[in-house]
Ligand binder design. Structure first.
Ligand code: AGP
Length: 610
């Protein structure tokens, strides 16, 4: 989950590199660095901490040259130090390399290289990759061949980008299971780990495939596939606008993206709703016979995407009457799951680059499953390796804490459930129409939830120092409880905890203290009384109750210290609304705790290592 950027062109690379890294900082921000080939001299500048520290280090220095690479790091091997920061160089400084991912056999390779006299200055697997490329470059004299040879000896998932002092007009990149694009400019070319890094300069990109090696000069992007055959990849035009990856008038991306949810829902819904309000899943069409072939659905994802899947599981089972299993991707592969050609596998991923989810998808395909993915980043690895893709149109999500991706993922599950139910005839026309009307009303209802902001700010001001916060709920509310808890953990570092409300009394209620905050979701009409009983159980033990309920349900106030009301809606779709006050609560608590909201400690936006 590091950020990589490379430039070859008529201008000096350093601003392209640093600005690109600033757009990639959400992918990792432990340290950053650039290497520029200034007409035969490789100049490397690296700093620990945010990109601002790198800018400060370089100051007014002009690094010159026409070729350069940059990197922003999320540490995997070796601590956060300048020595471990990328770019790494070989011993005589004639070659520099940046890397995203992990080299799983780096210790063995390092020992071999040390036995040949190579001396290392860092603890990283990246420096091993650099020294290996350098060794082969000295043997072969060709940078592309050297990278290919090194890649053939390295196991793991990685993108490598290298520059060599005696090649002041080119760079070479290689991709294996980590994201890489090559961007075509007017009179320059770039590589990057993510569209955001190049959007300001060009929107025309090649999606680099696994095993590809790319040779970049100012005038050409030459791509070789894993059989070393020169290949033409499709040139894609990115639809995102530059501002989409900008904070605008918001203090943080997280708040901006919370507020972008109505638009994300509208965008995503409109692409799959016909004039006569039928759900039409372009690219995921299925006949009744095809759908009947599957005896179960398996949803696999991580983090917030997994929480969307929890709600998706309930709504598909309830509406389409199809059995649904769900698992976190990091567990799925290792439990020898029952997957075969009768399994419809749904991978959910905002970035489409999460290694755990990607590997789980590959495992499911190996076992014969049909794979649909719900993804936000067009052309990402998960999308490209799926049989069918259901894109969310949330726009680029920069804040590490996922918000608008979550609600658009939820929406995709609602649309899948209705689509399947319509095919299988498990829903009446009247109920189908009512459900669709509910989904169409969601953007306006989310906007109404924003009216809670002043109240939530006051709650945050009162309780931001409470170190024990529980989220509880039943049914769909329990799915949102897990997401609300993760948001609070991620951005405020509070030891938050989510649990099915009915489960509290089986042990966890022992933790209730007078200062414990319990955020109780009580939006499910069918489960309201049961949820109130659970609230009473914890309130009787002095917990402080902040409840979330539907407008008009004022009976909840008798059991709560404070209540956040959401607009009325069907029980099934309440997660699209009840999550909003929880996102806002997490945001304002983090703000009052003076946390680094968009780039929380220890986290990265896309976890491209297992
Ligand atoms: C969510 O706020 C977290 N940043 C994290 O749990 C994230 O949802 C998870 O890593 C999955 O990412 P993906 O959706 O890009 O696959």
């Amino acid at each position: 989950m590091c950020g990589i950027v490379g430039y070859v062109g008529p201008n000096e690379p350093q601003n392209f590199l640093i600005e690109g890294l600033e757009k990639l900082e959400y992918r990792g921000y432990d340290s950053a660095g650039v290497a520029v080939n200034d007409n035969g001299e490789i100049k490397v500048r690296k700093a620990v901490g945010p990109i601002a520290n790198l800018r400060k280090l370089i100051g007014d220095e002009n690094l010159g040259g026409h070729v350069g690479i940059g990197h922003t790091r999320w540490a995997t091997h070796g601590g956060v130090t300048v020595a471990n920061a990328h770019p790494h160089t070989n011993m005589d400084g004639s070659l520099a390399l940046v890397h995203n991912g992990t080299v799983e056999n780096y210790i063995e390779l390092k020992e071999q290289l040390q036995a040949e006299g190579v001396r290392f200055v860092s603890d990283t697997d990246t420096e091993v990759a650099c020294m290996l490329v350098s060794k082969h470059y000295k043997e072969l004299g060709d940078l592309k061949e050297a990278i290919d040879k090194a890649a053939s000896e390295m196991e793991g998932t990685y993108v490598l980008v290298a520059v060599a002092a005696d090649k002041p007009d080119m760079l070479v990149a290689h991709r294996r299971n980590a994201p890489l694009i090559a961007a075509k400019g007017k009179d320059f070319n770039m590589v990057a780990s993510d569209f955001c890094a190049i959007l300001k300069h060009t929107k025309d990109v090649y999606l680099i495939e696994n095993g590809d090696t790319v040779v970049l000069t100012q005038d050409a992007i030459t791509i070789y596939d894993e059989k070393d055959q020169q290949i033409e990849r499709d040139l894609m035009h990115i639809g995102w606008d530059v501002d989409a990856a900008d904070k605008g008038e918001y203090e943080h991306f997280m708040l901006k993206e919370i507020h972008e949810q109505p638009k994300g829902i509208e965008e995503t819904l409109s692409r799959s709703l016909t004039e006569d309000n039928r759900i039409k899943l372009y690219g995921i069409e299925m006949t009744a016979e095809e759908l009947d072939k599957y005896n179960k659905i398996v949803i696999v994802a991580c983090g917030t995407a997994y929480h969307a899947g929890l709600a998706g599981q309930r709504v598909i089972e309830k509406v389409a009457k199809i059995p649904v299993e769900i698992d976190v991707a990091s567990e799925f592969r290792y439990r020898d799951p029952f997957i075969d050609d009768k399994t419809l596998f749904i991978a959910v991923s905002q970035s489409g680059e999460t290694a755990d989810t990607l590997e789980a998808l590959r495992e499911a395909k190996k076992k014969g499953a049909h794979v649909i993915s719900i993804v936000n980043v067009v052309g990402s690895s998960v999308a490209r390796e799926s049989d069918q893709v259901f894109y969310t149109f949330a726009g680029p999500e920069i804040s590490v804490a996922s918000t608008k991706a979550y609600t658009t993922q939820l929406l995709c599950f609602y649309m899948l459930a209705l689509y399947f139910a319509d095919i299988k005839g498990t829903i009446t026309e009247e109920d189908y129409a009512d459900f669709v009307e509910e989904l169409k009303a969601i953007p306006a209802k989310i906007e109404k939830c924003f009216e809670l902001e002043p109240f939530i700010k006051r709650l945050a001001a009162d309780y931001y120092d409470r170190e024990q916060v529980f989220f509880i709920g039943r049914g769909m509310d329990s799915c949102v409880a897990f997401e609300g808890s993760l948001k609070l953990k991620e951005v405020s570092y509070i030891s938050s905890f989510a649990i099915a409300a009915g489960e509290m009394k089986h042990g966890t209620i022992a933790l209730m203290e007078p200062r414990t905050i319990v955020i109780a979701l009580a939006t499910q009409d069918a489960l309201f009384d049961k949820t109130v009983s659970n609230i009473q159980e914890v309130r009787a033990r002095n917990a402080h109750i902040i409840s979330v309920a539907k407008e008009g349900n004022i009976s909840i106030e008798a059991h709560s210290n404070e209540t956040m009301y959401i607009p009325n809606c069907r029980d099934e779709v309440s997660p699209l609304l009840s999550v909003v006050p929880l996102q806002l609560y997490a945001y304002f608590v983090a703000k009052d705790r003076k946390c680094e909201i968009d780039k929380p400690r220890n986290l990265a936006k896309s976890v491209t290592v297992e």
